[in-house]
Design a protein around this ligand. Sequence first.
Ligand code: SF4
Length: 183
Amino acid sequence: MGSSEGKSEGGEWPRPVVPRIGARLSYALHRVLAANALYRRLGAWVERRRPVYRWFTGAERVIKEQLYGCRMCGQCALPDTGYTCPMTCPKQLRNGPCGGVGADGRCEVHPELVCVWVTAIERAEEAGHGADLDLLQRPVDHREWGRSSWVNYWQGRDEGLGVAPGGDSPRSLVRRELGLSPR
Ligand code: SF4
């Protein structure tokens, strides 16, 4: 992608999306799709065939866009964010909220909507995965936009996407912004 990385086809910046599917069901589905030798071979097979890869990527786009507002960054953070897409943050922040999130959890850019990081922590903690938000996500590799994150994940390219931080984590930032005690 060029200078319009992250914008919609209409040239607009994203809006926070509340997933249409619960976090617990998402974690369960992830277990079904968890990387293993079979999926790795399937991913490699799909990647070698351009028409199949295009079809597969298109199917992923439709499914994840409907469920999570996925924008096809190609390096999926969903398993670490309570299955809330950080790329629907208008600022596309992958490591917690900006300083503009309201004390009531509202987005600074779209005050009528809830900050994706507030949604993320609520969903992750409700499903018993709050500690996932203690990880920091490495920067997006913009060359991967539009590519299949499922194939990338099965091929092991997402390894190290989330790393333990030395300082503030997304979870600690959300809790601080909302005036909640640290965990
Ligand atoms: S692939 Fe990227 S844009 Fe799509 S849901 Fe995952 S993090 Fe969001």
